[in-house]
Write a protein that binds this ligand. Structure first.
Ligand code: HSE
Length: 298
């Protein structure tokens, strides 16, 4: 009647796939404990690590959980304990970790009445509360694992993509908070055909590279002509961190989700650690405090 879950951090967009591509991190994430109760509804009994609302309707885990409850005839409810390691507003899917952890665990405790796609749909309600938009590019990899593609939002169609064994992510988080809702407001709503051509060439290239485990092709495809030029202005020393990571051997580097975290993908853990050192050197030199993680993507 009780379950403890690991709720992975996720990198959304993965450079070329704004709002459609995402990948889960194997060893960075939160923990949650979910318990069945005879009392109806959802109660958040504990929230450690971050200063976030406990009220069910104001908490992403609560809102996602309520969406799941509304779709069942289960007469009881759930208690939720949340232990956050992921900082809110860091760009590695903090809200997605909480909303997916809640609904994934509830589904297990109810005997798995819902499909992964339905769990994504419930979790998207949490994303809407957090960012104003029901984007699925963090919640889909948190539920399905590995790389995922949101092929379509309406109807929702999610494809789990092959995840190469030796792919590691380095993620550096300069200690500022950027709200996804704010970093979406600065984006343009139209793109040029020329940029579109470059962008979808890279999306196709990245998917092909992931399936064939062609690390060079993955690297060539990790480019973003549309979002990065606008959002990178909000991120301290973005250009320096990116060039340092590429010089240190990263396959590619870009903004994680809506930032300010910067991610790089590398082949093998040793390379990902070298990239971590190169990224840290930049922030150490300019005196910007940061967190840094190296994790297999899976
Ligand atoms: N695709 C979303 C965005 C992800 O970039 O705004 C937010 O984590």
């Amino acid at each position: 009647n009780e379950i403890r879950v690991f709720c992975p951090a996720t990198i959304a967009n993965v450079s070329c796939g704004f709002d459609v591509l995402g990948v889960a991190l194997d060893s960075v994430g939160d923990e949650m404990v979910i318990r069945k109760t005879t009392k109806k509804g959802i109660t958040i009994t504990k929230l450690e690590g971050q200063d976030l609302p406990l009220e069910t309707h104001k908490n992403v885990a609560g809102v996602a959980g309520l969406a799941l409850l509304a779709a069942t005839d289960y007469s009881g409810g759930f208690e939720i304990e949340i232990y956050k390691n992921i900082k809110a507003g860091s760009g590695i899917g903090s809200s997605a970790a909480s909303s997916t952890g809640a609904v994934w665990a509830m589904n297990q405790l109810l005997g798995k009445p819902f499909s992964n796609l339905e769990l994504v749909q419930f979790s998207m309600k949490g994303e809407e509360l957090a960012s104003g938009v029901q984007h699925a590019d963090n919640v889909a990899p948190a539920i399905f694992g590995g790389f995922t593609l949101v092929r379509s939002y309406n109807p929702l169609d999610i494809i789990k993509i092959n995840t190469p064994k030796e792919l590691y992510a380095t993620v550096i988080h300069p200690q500022i908070e950027i709200k996804t809702s704010d970093s979406r407001k600065i984006l343009k709503t139209t793109i040029s055909l020329a940029d579109g051509i470059k962008q979808w060439g890279n999306v196709g290239g990245l998917i092909a590279g992931l399936y064939t485990e062609d690390y060079d092709l993955i690297g060539r495809s990790l480019q973003d002509y549309i979002i990065e030029p606008i959002r990178s202005i909000l991120i301290p020393a973005f250009d320096n961190v990116k060039s340092a990571s590429l010089e240190a051997g990263a396959l590619g580097c870009g903004i994680s989700g809506s930032g300010p975290s910067i991610f790089a993908l590398s082949k093998g853990k040793e390379n990902a650690k070298k990239v971590a050192n190169a990224m840290q050197d930049i922030y150490n030199k300019v005196g910007i405090p940061y967190d840094i993680h190296v994790s297999r993507v899976n």
